[in-house]
Design a protein around this ligand. Structure first.
Ligand code: THU
Length: 138
């Protein structure tokens, strides 16, 4: 039995305190569930060279892949703001590589969340591994 959507969201909320956000002061937490039920958490990690910052979702993704997990089924991404904490374009793209059908739970400060599909809702017409096999012969 996998955990409820709300439980995955709550796990992501526990990661806000791990965020390293001296520049934006905008903590983000993530929890990425794999097909076997394992869950990898993440937080955003900023840097004085701002562009080197890593988002919470990509922290979770890279932790998972580096531990041998690629079969992602559900992601929770949460923030402390009034609006939902929408995953950025780079995170959508990185997730699409492994899981175009990923279910994404996007939460806001009051712990309400929306449930979306990565490929259908957040990154339609995405570029993925299959796109690279569609090359015309020259
Ligand atoms: N951030 C994330 O962690 N995930 C997203 O998808 C959106 C943005 C972080 C990056 C940065 O530390 C802060 O939010 C403000 O952009």
């Amino acid at each position: 039995m996998s955990m409820s959507d709300q439980a995955l969201v709550e796990l992501a909320f526990t990661m806000l305190e791990r965020s390293y956000v001296p520049y934006s002061k905008f903590p983000v937490g993530a929890a990425l569930e794999c097909a076997d039920g394992s869950v990898f958490t993440g937080c955003n990690v900023e840097n004085a060279a701002y562009g080197s910052t890593i988002c919470a979702e990509r922290t979770a993704l890279v932790k998972a892949v580096s531990e041998g997990h690629r079969d992602f089924v559900r992601l929770a991404v949460v923030g402390n703001s009034e609006d939902y904490c929408w995953p950025c374009g780079s995170c959508r793209q990185m997730l699409y590589e492994f899981a175009p059908d990923l279910t994404v739970l996007v939460a806001r400060a009051n712990h309400e969340f929306v449930r979306l599909s990565l490929g259908r809702d957040l990154l339609p017409y995405g570029f993925g591994p299959l796109s690279l096999t569609q090359q015309e012969k020259s």
